[in-house]
Design a protein around this ligand. Sequence first.
Ligand SMILES: Cc1cc2nc3c(=O)[nH]c(=O)nc-3n(C[C@H](O)[C@H](O)[C@H](O)COP(=O)(O)OP(=O)(O)OC[C@H]3O[C@@H](n4cnc5c(N)ncnc54)[C@H](O)[C@@H]3O)c2cc1C
Length: 580
Amino acid sequence: MRHLKHEAEFCVVGGGLSGMAAAIAAARHGVKTVLIQDRPVLGGNASSEIRMWVCGARGRDNRETGIIEEILLENLYRNPMRNYTMWDAILWAKVRYQENLKLLLNCSCNDLVMDGDRIRSVKAWQGTAETWHTVEAALFADCSGDSVLAPLSGAEFRVGREARAEFDESIEPEQADKRTMGMSCLIQARESDRPQPFIPFPWAEVYPTEDDLPHRDHRLPQSNFWWIELGGEQDSIHDTEEVRDELLRAAFGIWDHIKNQGDHGADNWALEWLGFLPGKRESRRYVGDHILTQNEVRAEGRFDDLVAYGGWPMDDHHPGGLRWKGEPTIFHPAPSPFGIPYRCLYSRNVTNLFCAGRNISTSHAALSSTRVMATCALLGQAVGTAAALATQHELTPRGVYQERIDELKQTLMDDDCYLPWNVRAVPELSRQAQLSASEGDPEPLRNGIDRAMHGAPIGDAYNGWVARKGASVEYRFAEPQPVGVSRLVFDSHLNRTGQNMPCAYPLQAEPANVPPTMVRAFRIEAEDADGRWAVIHRESDNYQRLVRISMDLTARAVRLIPEETWGGDEVRLFAWDLDK
Ligand SMILES: Cc1cc2nc3c(=O)[nH]c(=O)nc-3n(C[C@H](O)[C@H](O)[C@H](O)COP(=O)(O)OP(=O)(O)OC[C@H]3O[C@@H](n4cnc5c(N)ncnc54)[C@H](O)[C@@H]3O)c2cc1C
């Protein structure tokens, strides 16, 4: 068989949202990166193969930003009817056309070579091209969900639930066990204008009454059927194929129940799609320099090295899944946001191995919150950004913690990642300048906090600049200054709801839209040393929250004029910096 070798600085295994964010972040910071993904599409549990909603921190103004927000805004712009092929294409293009990033799809990583306590190379099989790939790199990130590199490298990992006493976790069982949350195959249905009969398969389960599906919401179009879940009492890696068969028997039986067992108002609904690839919730978790626990989550995780945050409840599914007739999950409360420390994002004993996604170093209890995908994407961006610092300064992942943690946090905030209780350092060029606006108070634009805080209403407490279309805001320098970059953060309505990818297709589907709060058109003008103004940048179709514009000029003053929005009456901006 053919064998190709690749030399990279950073290799990411697994192309879910965590792996994508890790690979994109590193590549954008100039690191030569390879991303190995065993499926034909990217996105992991969010992809068209599994179709879970991207969830994250709850509560006002807590939505995740950075790469995940960039992806979701691109989806709102290009894919208003929320079609899964468009979504797959958006994810693929983000990676495929990213400079410094090589994507290996349909490529399953299954072996590696160690050099002492570090990984030297990994090996992967690409069935579509009958090719073995070996990727040699200085740094690796395991974003495979199942932590495939852990058993291969000898990295320490955990599986299952801790005993209550180990970390004093009240929601854990008395005795430790290997039970996990299960895996699921989901159902999507489409409404039609005429009856859609369904002939049940003879091999499927039968659920004759409502009592056979207690606490399992199967109304159309609301339910996304996350509770079709099994495998938590088996080995959630090695038993996957058997569990998948069982899930298919269950899912087709549930569809038969909806169509043929009692009136579910589903006569005109047809089965549109049923997942044949189980989505997994839990398997191996790395042991890092820190293990995040229930009590730390409850205490808001205000770690000095917090590089990401969660905010989903501790959503701990019963390992029995469908076999358990009680509530399928318990939502144990968690604060939103809570910080996640960097020390959970690398292996304790394999010295060049990061991890991001549901496999980070947490207890089972903490995992039941950190596992949601917007949180996973933040973890990935933190790992990719740390890999860039490690590459630049020839450090291990632990070395970044010891020597560069403040720089990592600042870089993440510059890249529009929100780190609760931290303030971004604003460039000196912006701090030293005189800031004025034709109307409203522009000072919040340089206060280092790039979002409204805790539901502050529009007005003084909005923490941004609000003005009429065509108003201007201006930085003026005492002397003409070289200006190299302009960084803008627009308002993408972090409290927007109901714009997830669909779980069912009613006849009248509402389109999604770029948030009306977003500035669509703007221009930037500069005044040169002789007092002459010129337009130096014009944008007519912006749909991104974070916008960086490279400039190469010397100016006495620079002004920004937001001209049009995606529907809102006012223009809104959280940050505007100029830097050398
Ligand atoms: C049914 C279900 C419902 C859920 N509900 C929600 C929800 O509503 N909202 C939410 O945000 N989260 C939800 N979750 C949790 C969330 O989907 C996962 O925790 C999350 O996807 C984990 O992200 P990840 O990047 O670590 O893994 P994944 O999304 O699983 O991505 C890992 C990727 O790595 C690939 N991979 C694995 N092994 C290899 C290998 N050897 N070589 C190369 N590639 C490999 C996999 O194919 C996969 O694409 C749900 C999970 C399940 C299963």
